[in-house]
Design a protein around this ligand. Structure first.
Ligand SMILES: Cc1ncc(COP(=O)(O)O)c(C=O)c1O
Length: 394
């Protein structure tokens, strides 16, 4: 029989170092407040930025989609065909993003796996920010192009790497960056990156998982935020965060989407979103296109919470978005802080290695439009109490 000792030891080591993921079981939907192990806690962990994960219109849309289309897609779309509801979602999503076309995939993670290996071969080059999300890192590993990693948000470093790749004779170059960096909440310097890419005739791809529904007019994303329509070749998005459902998508020119439909392996070899997810996502797109009420509330809450946290004495890093990293710089401290917050009725996870570099441990607070000001006051008070208790605040 296989000897599992190595795995057991590694799990013990993770626990000892405060790095063991503790996965909580929720006994309620992803609302502002949760029931966990019979305890009512304020939810500050979810990427449900706009509170749409439990939106009534979207629940209705999911139920209607099940009634009309059933529960499963049958098989991959190239074999079993595309349900019309998928095509409608893709058309409306493209219109919302102000691009020619979009392609919906099973997750944001899969959308990155779909794009990078499909577009690049061994004579090509891929250039990636050092803090890009794991799904980009894996997509880069999957493709056979030469890899160049540039320093986080550093345009000079990107320029050097582009020159290096061009000198090495790269046939085609793809620059890929997170739009909003998921652990720090800072933004890619997209206008500068786009200018460089234009100059070097390079494809530009942005993973806007945390910008969709958050940045830009009505939550159209980072490209809209910077007024860069037409200057970014590929936008990868997720339906799993602000859109409140699950799934991912690619938004781009029609030619590129047509190409991915022939070449992208997660599209060719994995079944599509279920009708319920597709119907709910379509309702989310319509909701965002109709009103910016949720997006405005999200930004109001973000300003309210972050300014008070800073005034209280916490360090929030370089965030420019609702992602709120409360920097603690120590794995054990961060893990203890999170456990104490939970005891105090606040669910906010500690984030450690490998999600963030060693020594950059933090509590990551996610602000949502679902929070009320009194929810945020409750959180502020609990953070202050635990901060004093653990010696972070005086
Ligand atoms: C930047 C980024 N890209 C992609 C993903 C994956 O999205 P999904 O959960 O839809 O697979 C995430 C999720 O954490 C992310 O933060």
């Amino acid at each position: 029989m296989f000897d599992y000792t190595e795995f057991v030891k590694e799990l013990e080591e993770l626990k000892k170092n405060g790095l063991l993921n503790r996965i909580r079981t929720l006994e309620s939907p992803q609302g502002a407040w949760l029931l966990i192990e019979g305890k009512k806690v304020l939810n500050m962990c979810s990427n449900n930025y706009l509170g749409l994960a439990f939106n009534d219109q979207m629940k209705e849309a999911a139920i209607e989609a099940i009634k009309k289309w059933g529960v499963g897609p049958g098989a991959v779309r190239t074999i079993a065909g595309t349900l019309k509801i998928h095509s409608v979602l893709e058309k409306e999503l493209a219109a919302f993003k102000k691009v020619e076309a979009s392609l919906v995939l099973q997750s944001g993670f899969n959308a990155n796996q779909a794009v990078v290996p499909a577009l690049l071969g061994e004579n090509d080059a891929v250039l990636s920010d050092e803090l890009n999300h794991a799904s980009i890192i894996d997509a880069v590993r999957l493709c056979r192009a030469k890899r160049y990693i540039w320093k986080h948000r550093d345009i000079k470093s990107l320029e050097e790497k582009l020159d290096e790749a061009a000198e090495a004779g790269a046939r085609k170059m793809l620059v890929v960056t997170d739009g909003v960096f998921s652990m720090d909440g800072d933004l890619a310097p997209l206008p500068e990156i786009a200018t460089l890419c234009e100059r070097q005739d390079t494809l530009l791809m942005v993973d806007d998982a945390h910008g969709e529904g958050v940045l830009g007019e009505k939550g159209r994303g980072i490209v809209d935020h910077f007024g860069l329509h037409g200057k970014v070749d590929i936008e990868v998005g997720t339906l799993s965060k602000a859109f409140g459902v699950v799934g991912g998508f690619v938004a781009a020119k029609m030619t590129l989407i047509d190409y991915l439909k022939q070449k992208a392996r997660p599209f060719l070899f994995s079944s599509s979103l279920s009708p319920a997810e597709t119907g709910a996502a379509l309702a989310a797109v319509r909701l965002l296109a109709d009103s910016d009420e949720h997006v405005k509330k999200l930004w109001h809450n973000t300003g309210y919470f972050q300014s008070r946290m800073i005034d209280t004495g916490f360090e929030l890093g370089a965030t420019r978005t609702p992602i709120t990293p409360v920097m603690l710089y120590d794995a054990k401290l961060s893990s203890t802080f999170s456990s104490r917050l939970f005891e105090e009725g606040l669910f906010a996870q500690s984030i450690g290695f490998p999600t963030v570099p060693k020594g950059k441990e933090r509590i990551r607070v996610m602000i949502s439009a679902a929070h009320s000001e009194s929810d945020l006051d409750f959180a502020l008070e609990r953070f202050r109490k635990v901060g004093i208790e653990l010696g972070i605040l005086s």
